[in-house]
Design a protein. Structure first.
Length: 66
């Protein structure tokens, strides 16, 4: 697995995570296709019950200039 573009990869990871949370919250099918990650499978066994709460906060420290 290549480890290029760490900033773009991390940003897409956060966007994908929010797509997963949206599918759980809204009960909609999961369909995320990005440059680095693809998430389409959300089987009933691994899907939590619907939860109308907001997404958890997700923040990352910045270690260096871009």
């Amino acid at each position: 697995m290549p480890w290029s573009h760490p900033v773009r990869r991390m940003r897409e990871f956060i966007v994908a995570l929010r797509a997963i949370w949206s599918a759980w919250r809204d009960g909609t099918p999961l369909r995320f296709e990005g440059e680095f990650y693809t998430h389409k499978l959300m089987t009933p066994m691994f899907t939590p019950s619907r939860n109308p709460t907001d997404f958890p906060r997700c923040s990352l420290p910045r270690l260096a200039k871009r």
